[in-house]
Design a protein around this ligand. Structure first.
Ligand SMILES: NC(=O)c1ccc[n+]([C@@H]2O[C@H](COP(=O)([O-])OP(=O)(O)OC[C@H]3O[C@@H](n4cnc5c(N)ncnc54)[C@H](O)[C@@H]3O)[C@@H](O)[C@H]2O)c1
Ligand SMILES: N[C@@H](CCO)C(=O)O
Ligand code: NA
Length: 430
């Protein structure tokens, strides 16, 4: 057997704890598969005394995770602290510049500094691996970078945040409140340290920026992602969506065309018949369109200790086998800079919910605001009567330009009879 792979783990929380368990339980299996033992020689976390259910007495303890990254007895640094700056970034840069491989689950770091870190890894002839950073346990980085390497990929879309999918699913199935379900997702270890990253769509955007780079071979461009989260999704919208034959999902969508690369994260209504409509709870889905393979769908658990640790250890297995790929599929110097297609260039259908005063003539005003922008209605719903009071009016449109829709929305917001900000949800038919 070749020399053991010496692993240093910085961060022993949900994911770090999961990695320790996989390495312990599957020590023999992994040694058999790689021809090398995987040994944890160093660890670092904020609290030393916490029982992690695994014997760490043989590993050197570091108060300072950056010092762990410089330990000469470590071949691979596994960064599981989180955050795009500060310690996590320093740990990765220190390790790479000292010729150590880095495995990380840190999508925030990669979305902001991915191209630079990939360059640093190449300069030092080591791996920068991040399967766990996108869609948890689903091998989607490997799937795109290696499995679909023969294709020109023109689109990637999917459900990229387990916390949001869990919240939307529970709200729909049990009628529970947003806040309650979020607290549960935190307890289950799904949410980010700051859960606003989940619910405001930022985490999904981090992942989309990484996927876009791997899928299309362009430099990671997080700033180009249009981001909307799920805070404003109400029980009422979830109910109307079901009635209209849709499910509401937080989606990440990236498309490459002659106009550049479009990247958006926002809640969307998808027809119940669409395969991703039934991807519920903490599950994620990633759908890719390649020119030869056509449509490929990856589904699995997108968050939580076990699935995420599974992806981290898969990266370690690659390193133990001596496989070092370019982080984003091509040498970092060949990652293209492409035009970011703005969200106003979208063309598609929309769901609109308005809270209007129940009095004669209001619907005509709504119809006029839409007509003035050439927005054509597909369906219209008004339930119940409450003369003089607010009632919901829901409509869906035929395909229209986002820019026209936004102008219509601005006119609608100015109508006296409309009592709350109109709620717009894009409809995506995959
Ligand atoms: N939880 C998930 O399901 C999941 C899934 C995919 C990716 N991730 C990513 O994995 C990373 C870790 O997430 P987590 O859920 O395990 O977080 P966590 O909060 O459970 O664990 C973080 C760990 O980092 C340690 N830490 C914090 N600051 C430190 C410092 N300065 N020095 C040393 N250790 C320090 C903490 O003590 C803790 O052990 C994040 O980048 C996150 O985005 C998490
Ligand atoms: N907070 C993230 C963890 C997995 O990346 C999620 O809920 O999807
Ligand atoms: Na993954």
């Amino acid at each position: 057997m070749t020399a053991p792979l010496r692993i240093g783990i910085a961060g022993l929380g949900t994911v770090g704890g999961g990695v320790l368990k996989v390495l312990e339980r599957h020590a023999e299996l992994l040694a058999g598969r790689t021809g090398r033992r995987m040994v944890v020689t160093a660890v670092s976390a904020r609290t030393r005394s916490r029982d992690r259910g695994v014997d760490l007495s043989a590993a050197r303890w570091y108060e300072d995770a950056v010092a762990l990254a410089a330990d000469p007895d470590v071949d691979v640094v596994v960064e599981l602290i989180g955050g795009s700056e500060g310690v996590a970034r320093e740990v990765c840069e220190t390790a790479l510049s000292r010729g150590k491989h880095v495995v990380t689950a840190n999508k925030a770091l990669l979305a902001i500094h991915g191209t630079g870190l990939a360059r640093l890894a190449e300069e030092n002839g080591v791996a920068l691996s991040f399967e766990a950073a996108v869609a948890g346990g689903i091998p989607v980085i490997k799937g795109l970078r290696e499995g679909l390497a023969a294709n020109c990929v023109t689109e990637v879309h999917g459900i990229l945040n387990g916390t949001c999918n869990y919240i939307l699913t529970e709200m729909r199935e049990t009628g529970r409140e947003f806040g309650d379900v979020l607290a549960e997702a935190q307890k289950l270890g799904y949410a980010e340290a700051d859960p606003s990253f989940d619910i405001d769509g930022v985490d999904a955007a981090h992942k989309l920026a990484i996927l876009t780079s791997v899928a299309f071979g362009c430099a990671v461009d997080f700033d180009a992602v249009h981001i909307e989260g799920i805070r404003h999704i109400s029980a009422l919208d979830i109910e109307y969506a079901s009635e209209l034959g849709f499910r509401i999902k937080l989606l990440g969508i990236a498309r490459r065309s002659d106009g550049g690369v479009e990247q958006r994260v926002h809640p969307a209504m998808v027809p119940v018949s669409s395969p991703i409509a039934t991807v519920d709870g903490v599950f994620n889905a990633v759908v890719a369109e390649g020119d030869f393979v056509e449509r490929v769908t990856f589904v699995g658990r997108g968050a939580g200790a076990g699935p995420t640790a599974s992806a981290v250890v898969a990266d370690l297995v690659d390193i133990a086998r001596g496989r070092v790929s370019h982080a984003f599929g091509v040498p970092s110097g060949r990652l293209e800079s492409v035009r970011a297609a703005p969200p106003e260039e979208r063309r598609g259908a929309y769901y609109l919910r308005l809270m209007v005063v129940d009095r004669p003539g209001v619907i005509a005003e709504v119809a006029a605001a839409l007509r003035d922008e050439n927005v054509s209605m597909e369906s219209f719903l008004q339930r119940g009567r409450a003369p003089g009071e607010a009632v919901p009016v829901v409509l869906t449109t035929h395909d229209t330009d986002e820019a026209s829709m936004q102008r219509a929305l601005a006119s609608l917001s100015r109508l006296e009879a409309i009592l709350e900000a109109p709620r717009l949800i894009r409809i995506e038919r995959f």
